[in-house]
Design a protein around this ligand. Structure first.
Ligand SMILES: Cc1cc2nc3c(=O)[nH]c(=O)nc-3n(C[C@H](O)[C@H](O)[C@H](O)COP(=O)(O)OP(=O)(O)OC[C@H]3O[C@@H](n4cnc5c(N)ncnc54)[C@H](O)[C@@H]3O)c2cc1C
Length: 383
């Protein structure tokens, strides 16, 4: 049985201690052997990487990785998605190429998926874990996306926005382009999974014997390419979805957070994707127009504001376009932040990247990887 409400989020009392524990646990060889399994040796570093507390070049050096290592190869996927984002900008938020022809997709995420009561354990477990922890293993994300898009015929965009808001590591490029990769609007074929795949990589309480996905791939592909959708589960009420908030909740705020900063001294602006200590004095900034468009769970706000307070002198919450003075900041591709930072009297540093930026857009990961001079991938599938 699934719990009827999400468990409280296990926020660390000391964010730095939690990070140190995670970093000490990284084991690149075990990762290479087991990363596809839900209980494999994955790093769970994604929230710190997404929010700029950790940089890929630093991780590559720390674990002495090269492009031949599986962990570095996966870092490469993040760099690839950001390379595509650099070229397409907000274009990543719409179909990159036409998807499956003649398939109608609904524009909202059905309640039984949101509430984790579809009746498919692999999906319902994933939703419960997402709400409880703000994290999902890559395979669980792929199953969830494939189920929503190809079996329930939900348009990838609304589902991607929902997942983005609940993940602690929500990253517009990695998330929205992965959804498109699953949906076949950023790949040449739909990503599908079946009960045997779940049984191979997940613990028994995720297994789906005797369900609609307990079949071979040809019928699943025929369903994905047809206008037919699996119906919603008529079951009992499921999980309460945590609210997605367009601004930090009051319990995380300091009374000074809405006061405009002193414009006398040049400040380093620290936004949510660059949570590192830079040259001081440092002002943490939350640009509300972005968050009205892409709201976050309270757990994600807590994660970001805790890290931000640790590396800044104070935080300011408002509209960045109103700031006056001279600034230093790291550029970001996040819409709203990107334009507002560019409009300030600010010296903008490029975000740190591990791989060199190829001059032209690479339309596939393998092209990107080769253009960066990396060795041939050991496998061809994403995940
Ligand atoms: C539908 C879907 C949505 C996703 N949304 C996000 C997202 O919002 N933010 C995000 O960072 N990743 C996303 N991913 C990619 C991947 O699932 C996560 O990066 C990974 O599961 C994070 O867990 P980890 O830190 O334990 O990863 P590990 O396997 O330990 O990998 C280490 C790091 O490499 C990077 N990485 C690994 N795999 C991928 C990948 N396939 N694509 C991009 N980067 C990768 C991440 O920075 C990750 O933290 C998504 C994947 C799918 C299929």
């Amino acid at each position: 049985m699934l719990p009827q409400t999400a468990a409280p989020h296990p926020l660390p009392t000391s964010a730095e201690a939690a990070l140190a524990t995670r970093l000490a646990a990284v084991a690149p060889e075990a990762y290479a052997r087991s990363r596809n399994h839900l209980d494999g040796a994955v790093t769970r570093l994604s929230p710190w990487i997404t929010h700029g507390r950790l940089e890929l070049p630093e991780l590559i050096a720390r674990y002495r990785l090269s492009g031949a290592d599986t962990l570095a190869f996966e870092f490469g996927w993040r760099e690839f998605f950001h390379h595509v984002w650099q070229h397409l900008g907000d274009g990543i938020l719409a179909d990159v190429r036409p998807g499956l022809p003649g398939v109608p997709y609904q524009p909202t995420l059905p309640d039984d998926i949101r509430q984790g009561r579809t009746g498919l354990p692999a999906i319902d477990r994933a939703v419960a874990e997402l709400y409880a922890t703000g994290y999902l293993h890559n395979h669980a994300r792929m199953w969830l996306a494939s189920y929503a898009v190809h079996l329930r015929k939900v348009h990838w965009r609304c589902a991607a926005d929902w997942l983005y808001g609940h993940l602690l590591d929500g990253d517009l490029a990695s998330n929205h382009l992965s959804w498109q990769w699953v949906a076949a609007t950023f790949s040449s074929k739909p990503y599908l999974f079946n009960a045997a795949n779940v049984a191979r990589f997940a613990p028994p309480d995720w297994h789906c014997p005797g369900s609609a996905i307990d079949t071979d791939y040809p019928p699943l592909e025929a369903l994905a390419r047809s206008p037919r959708a699996l119906g919603p589960s008529p079951g009992a009420p499921g999980l309460a979805e945590p609210a997605l908030l367009a601004a930090p909740p009051d319990n995380l705020l300091d009374p000074r957070d809405h006061l405009p900063p002193d414009s006398g001294t040049p400040l380093t602006l620290v936004h949510p994707w660059a949570l590192r200590a830079g040259p001081g004095p440092r002002l943490g900034v939350i640009h509300l127009p972005f968050h009205r468009r892409f709201p976050w769970s309270a757990a994600r706000w807590a994660f970001v504001l805790t890290q931000m307070r640790a590396v800044t002198d104070r935080i300011w919450i408002g509209d960045l376009r109103q700031l006056q003075g001279r600034f230093h900041a790291e550029a970001t591709l996040n819409p709203g932040y990107r334009e507002a930072l560019a409009g300030l009297d600010a010296v903008l540093a490029p975000p740190p990247r591990w791989l060199p930026e190829p001059p032209r857009l690479c339309s596939s990961f393998s092209r990107f990887w080769a253009a960066c001079g990396q060795p041939s991938p050991k496998r061809r599938w994403h995940g």
